[in-house]
Design a protein around this ligand. Structure first.
Ligand SMILES: Cc1cc2nc3c(=O)[nH]c(=O)nc-3n(C[C@H](O)[C@H](O)[C@H](O)COP(=O)(O)OP(=O)(O)OC[C@H]3O[C@@H](n4cnc5c(N)ncnc54)[C@H](O)[C@@H]3O)c2cc1C
Length: 362
């Protein structure tokens, strides 16, 4: 069960007039990665989120294992998954990856990332921005360096971003109790579940995360998620879902750094957005650190970060093309293709390329 810990009533004092050197809006994967990168910089850092750190899980929480080490968050590990299975209506193919997935606990990971930061944290709902003043439900906060890590809504941008017209996918999952894992992250490409999308099961120790994602935002995913849970003999309980982007957006706009889903950093095709939130969050943090130290101006830091983000555009476009192609393939042909690709050197090459787009560091 989600524990509600957000400050309420008299604890919700005004922040009006608060100043910080760096204001990071959003304290999930992207925001915490930026703050962690700034630790020890001497900057006065304020993190804002409408929920307490780790209170609201935002995903199935699977990342390439190396990224848990990179982020110093090994304590959150719940299961290691060296294989992936891909199931179509015509068969199942199992791949042994050249690296392993790790399923982790969201709250533990967020708490461990926050413990590595030297930032202040406040719960507040961010409503918008005028210049370098951010408006929240607890008053205005000012900072010369501002990060939008608020997720797909991109709250601090000039223009809104609304489904179903925006390039967003939707995902929904259940978290039933489970106690066995055969060491694989399971994927279904099955039009009866998602005409343009995929479904998954992530074993995570004492629970499984079973869900359906649709690249077409107009397609609903609740019934298919229930259907898949039933097929797998699992309870459709503890629901969570959200939109996730599948196109890169400008990572710098009007003096603000955008990181993670707010910049469209979620990888198309797989909908994997945690390690990319880390990857781009670290890059933004490094630029902000340099700007705070006076090594470059804010505009130079923004331009360098935007260029770093844009340097990934080719890989994102390639994945988006596959996201469009794969659901359009006749299922029998897709099954034959998945089998043909299952030779180990090919698997190593494909998944090696995939990891290299945002590789773990260190
Ligand atoms: C069902 C589902 C399963 C997924 N599974 C995976 C997976 O297994 N692996 C993977 O890599 N990716 C997965 N993703 C994608 C992944 O969840 C996102 O790409 C990732 O969460 C992006 O991180 P972020 O920090 O940019 O944004 P978020 O994690 O969305 O964090 C945004 C933060 O901002 C806060 N916030 C939002 N609006 C406001 C506001 N107005 N005021 C104050 N605070 C606000 C939120 O509370 C939240 O803490 C999944 C997505 C879905 C929908």
């Amino acid at each position: 069960m989600t524990q509600r810990a957000t400050a309420r009533g008299v604890e919700r004092t005004l922040l009006d007039g608060t100043r910080a050197d760096v204001l990071i809006c959003g304290a999930s994967f992207a925001g915490l990665a930026v703050a962690r990168e700034l630790a020890g910089s001497g900057a006065d850092i304020l993190l804002l989120d409408r929920y307490e750190i780790g209170e609201r899980q935002t995903s199935a929480c699977a990342v390439p294992e190396g990224w848990l080490r990179t982020m110093g968050a090994e304590r959150s590990l719940r299961a290691v998954l060296p294989d992936m299975t891909f199931t179509t209506p015509h068969g199942t193919v199992r791949y042994r990856l050249p690296w392993r997935w790790a399923a982790f606990d969201y709250r533990t990971l967020c708490e461990d990332l926050f413990a590595q930061c030297d930032a202040r944290f406040e719960t507040a709902k961010v409503d918008g921005r005028t210049g370098f003043t951010v408006h929240t439900d607890r008053g205005d906060v000012h900072a010369p360096l501002i990060v939008d890590a608020l997720g797909w809504r991109r709250v601090l941008a000039r223009d809104g971003y609304q489904p179903p017209d925006a390039p967003l996918s939707r995902g929904l999952e259940v978290h039933p109790a489970a106690n066995s894992s055969d060491g694989a992250l399971d994927v279904w490409v099955d039009r009866s579940l998602a005409p343009r999308g995929f479904a998954w099961r992530v074993p995570a120790g004492e629970e499984a995360r079973i869900g359906v994602g649709s690249y077409e935002p107009r397609h609903h995913v609740r019934d298919p998620t229930e259907d898949l849970a039933q097929r797998l003999g699992a309870e459709a309980e503890r629901w969570q879902g959200n939109w996730f982007p599948h196109r890169l957006r400008d990572a710098a706009e009007d003096g603000v750094f955008f990181c993670g889903d707010s910049a469209g950093h979620c990888f198309p095709l797989s909908g994997e957005g945690i390690r990319t939130a880390f990857h781009f969050g670290i890059a933004a943090g490094a630029e902000i650190r340099a700007a705070h130290a006076g090594e470059r101006t804010r505009d130079e830091a923004l331009a360098r970060y935007a260029a770093f983000s844009a340097s990934h555009a080719r890989a994102f476009r390639r994945a988006l093309r596959l996201q469009r192609l794969i659901p359009a393939l006749p299922p029998r042909l897709l099954t034959v293709a998945l089998r043909a690709l299952s030779r180990q050197p090919i698997v190593d090459r494909m998944f090696g390329w995939y990891l290299a787009q945002a590789p773990p560091r260190g």
